[in-house]
Design a protein around this ligand. Sequence first.
Ligand code: NAD
Length: 309
Amino acid sequence: MKVLVTGGAGYIGSVLVPALLDKGYEVRVLDNLMYGGKGLVPCLINENFEFIRGDVRDEKVVAEALKGADLVIHLAAIVGYPACKKFPDLARTVNLDATRLIDKLRDKSVPIIFGSTGSNYGAIVGEICTEESPLNPVSLYGETKTEAEQHLMNSGNVLCYRFATAFGASNRMRFDLLVNDFVYQAVRNKNITVYEKSFKRTFIHVKDMVRSFIFGIENFEKMKDNVYNVGSDKMNYSKEEIANEVMKKVDYYLHFAEFGTDEDKRNYEVSYEKVRALGFDTEISLQQGLDELIRASSMLDIRNEYSNI
Ligand SMILES: NC(=O)c1ccc[n+]([C@@H]2O[C@H](COP(=O)([O-])OP(=O)(O)OC[C@H]3O[C@@H](n4cnc5c(N)ncnc54)[C@H](O)[C@@H]3O)[C@@H](O)[C@H]2O)c1
């Protein structure tokens, strides 16, 4: 089976692609390498790996990338509300128009697994989000991902995963993700200022995301034309709880501030019952991820990699 991974050089993709190759899949990546391509260098020795450097908004490039692909994992996007706010036109064209383009150009018998996000729920307080909860995105990131998801779901032969926020180390490291950021600040700067400390968020290790994609490929017929929250009920934490868990492992100064706000207004708990009922649950705990990130924080420098763009 040949799998096309758009955005395969990114944070998730550069952990996913080697795992797919290990499983024996042929993998073609389409990516414009906004953050470089270093993460995929170890794949180059594998003759089942193919790379196309190009833009997912370019019709010719996408048509070429789809040739012979048996399944598409669509990850290419402008990710997170700060990057989308800074480059709104880019966010709309990449997150939404390119998703429509891929859908238009694929043969409808070619399945798509779409990396969607819990940001689609927006500010839902006091209730636990299920896949049936209303979508109330409050950032351009959430809006574009929601519209892209709805477009694909109307098209069919699609599996949508609304992921929790990732954490953990990747070949294309992101320190702008909440857990990764907290650990980096604690290890390198010895202090963290946390605002909206009681806000609840939900997390998943990047390797568990990868396992969920493989689970999705293997169970596609059973799962298709559905949306699944992907994460674990064990992994709903407040920001304060995360900061305190980091404190158990790193000595740093923790300050809770009364100012500052997350523009994505994310404060929500999510139910993962639907995907768990099919047999998928996460394996890597927050504490294991923290140990990994503590090691990563002393090894990697933020520099250009701190912000997502
Ligand atoms: N990381 C998370 O916590 C998380 C959570 C939920 C959903 N997601 C979704 O998963 C996907 C991947 O996220 P990530 O964390 O790996 O982000 P990332 O920013 O590390 O990766 C995105 C990749 O897309 C590529 N890309 C961007 N614009 C492109 C274009 N015009 N043409 C070709 N390639 C382009 C980038 O070069 C990059 O390699 C995104 O769709 C994101 O919305 C991520």
